[in-house]
Design a protein around this ligand. Structure first.
Ligand code: GLP
Length: 235
């Protein structure tokens, strides 16, 4: 594991954007795994600026996102599809055929998980996977549990996660109870992983995740086993 400590959120975002930029430059047709949440917003902004200036080309890049709420359409402002449209897709020259997110409105969510898992492998696997971390140690929507879910699956969100993510919704009632999430096998199969964590609120869980025991009760702790893990955090 390599750990980079930065002064603040902006520097963390710059460093993260540098890593993504080098992968995109060296492998201009690779697959990026992408995350939602507040944490990567600054990184996306910087990537969009570089693309606009002509310094970074996403024309042949493919993206697969980690997760999506079950029941929210792409037009719902809290869906992850909407988030990605706003923060990245509409701002860079990614081709719409090349961006992938689980379909939260799929009639058969279990079948959608299967399709998504196969899609990741048919694209050739993930070159670089960007991750944030939930306050309870979740990555994507892999919640603390007795075992590590392996492949893309339907997950019941914990009340803690619903409450934390409820800050974006008008009321807690509107927060979905289920999501589709990549599993640990899908995540750990990425050739490189970059975990981003910002702010005091993430300090304890980040420490437990990268230095504590490896346990499904702290899902991010499994990342310690990845041979090519980069953690970027702010002080
Ligand atoms: C959500 C997402 C995660 C994300 C986490 C942290 O629950 N499913 O992929 O990492 O929140 O979000 P934030 O970056 O806003 O703290």
């Amino acid at each position: 594991m390599k750990l980079i400590k930065t002064k603040n959120y902006e520097e963390m975002s710059q460093k993260a954007a540098n890593v993504v930029s080098s992968v995109v430059t060296l492998k201009p047709d690779c697959v990026l795994g992408l995350a939602t949440g507040d944490t990567p917003v600054g990184m996306y902004r910087i990537l969009a600026e570089r693309n606009k200036k002509g310094d970074l080309d996403f024309k042949n890049i493919k993206t697969v996102n980690l997760d999506e709420y079950v029941g929210l359409s792409a037009e719902h402002p809290q869906s992850y599809q909407y988030f990605m449209n706003q923060n990245l897709y509409s701002k860079v020259n990614l081709s719409s055929n090349n961006t992938h997110i689980p379909d939260g409105l799929a009639k058969d969510p279990e079948q959608e998980c299967k399709r998504y898992e196969e899609l990741i492998y048919s694209l050739g696997g993930i070159e670089l996977l960007v991750l944030g971390i939930g306050n309870n140690g979740h990555i994507a929507f892999n919640e603390p549990d007795d075992s590590f879910p392996k492949e893309t699956h339907v997950v019941k969100l914990t009340e803690d996660t619903r409450r934390v993510n409820g800050r974006f919704f008008d009321s807690l009632d509107e927060v979905p109870y289920y999501a589709i999430s990549m599993g640990m096998k899908s995540i750990m199969s990425a050739r490189a992983i970059m975990l981003l964590a910002s702010g005091e609120v993430k300090k304890k869980i980040l420490y437990e995740s990268i230095y504590g025991p490896i346990t499904p009760m702290v899902p991010a702790s499994v990342l310690q086993l990845h041979p090519n893990l980069l953690v970027i955090t702010d002080q």
